[in-house]
Design a protein around this ligand. Structure first.
Ligand SMILES: N[C@@H](CCC(=O)N[C@@H](CS)C(=O)NCC(=O)O)C(=O)O
Length: 205
C-alpha cells in the first residue's frame, strides 16, 4: 500500500487530512498552492482532470472527491480500527451523512459563498440568491442538529462520518455562519474537536 495525498491548507482537502490522521496510516503529503495555479498544472490534471484537491493516489490509482475518499479509506482501513461501520445499515447511515454533507449541505453553502464573499467579484453578488442560499443552509443545519439529538455521534460511536461532516461544519464557522440555534450540533462539534487527530491537523501537522 502506498498513499499519496495532494492537498492545500484550509481547503476541502482538510477533510481528507483529518481522515488520514484519524486512521494513523502512513501517507505522503504533497502541498499545492491553489492561488499559484498548481492544481491546474498538466501533471496534476493527469491525475485529477477536475484540477481540485483533495486527491488521493493509492498504489497509482487516483481517487478524487472527498466523500469518495472518506468512504474508500473507511472501508479499506477504518472498519478494522473501529472508525467506520462494518457493511450493513450502520455503514449505510455513515455513507448517508457523508454524501449528504457534500451534496445537499455544500450546495447552499457554495451558493451563499458565491453571493457574499470576495471569492467572487462584488458585481456578481445577488442579494436574493444569497438570502435563499442562507435559508437552505439553515434548513440543512436544522436537519443535522435533529439528526444528532440525544446522540454522542452521528451513527453511535465516533466514525469517519463525524470527522467528515464536522470538517464541513468548520467551513461554515469559518464563513461566520451563526450556529447558536443548534445546541446538539455545537455539542457534537466540540466532541469531534476534542479528538487528538483534530488537534494535530489544526496545528498544521
Ligand atoms: N467536490 C470536491 C470539491 C473540491 C474542491 O472544490 N476543492 C477546491 C478547494 S476547496 C480546489 O481544489 N480548488 C482548486 C481549483 O479550483 O483550482 C470534493 O469534495 O473533493
Amino acid at each position: 500500500m502506498s498513499l499519496t495525498f495532494y492537498y492545500s491548507p484550509r481547503s476541502t482537502a482538510s477533510i481528507t487530512h483529518l481522515v488520514l490522521e484519524e486512521l494513523g496510516v502512513p501517507y505522503e503529503k504533497i502541498k499545492l498552492d491553489i492561488r499559484k495555479g498548481e492544481t491546474r498544472r498538466p501533471d496534476f490534471l493527469r491525475l485529477n482532470p477536475n484540477g481540485k484537491v483533495p486527491l488521493l493516489v493509492d498504489d497509482g490509482t487516483p481517487i478524487w472527491e472527498s466523500a469518495a475518499i472518506t468512504m474508500y479509506l473507511g472501508e479499506a482501513f477504518g472498519a478494522a480500527r473501529g472508525l467506520y461501520p462494518a457493511p450493513g445499515p450502520r455503514r449505510g447511515e455513515a455513507m448517508k451523512w457523508i454524501a449528504w454533507s457534500n451534496v445537499t449541505l455544500a450546495d447552499p453553502v457554495a451558493r451563499w459563498q458565491r453571493n457574499t464573499t470576495d471569492w467572487t467579484p462584488a458585481e456578481q453578488h445577488n442579494a436574493k440568491a444569497a438570502e435563499a442560499a442562507l435559508a437552505d443552509m439553515h434548513n440543512c443545519l436544522a436537519i443535522l442538529n435533529e439528526g444528532l439529538e440525544g446522540k454522542q455521534f452521528l451513527t453511535g460511536g465516533y466514525t469517519l462520518a463525524d470527522t467528515h461532516v464536522n470538517s464541513l461544519a468548520d467551513w461554515l464557522r469559518m464563513l461566520k455562519v451563526d450556529f447558536s440555534a443548534y445546541p446538539d450540533l455545537n455539542g457534537w462539534s466540540q466532541r469531534c474537536a476534542a479528538r487528538p487527530a483534530y488537534a494535530r491537523v489544526m496545528a498544521g501537522g
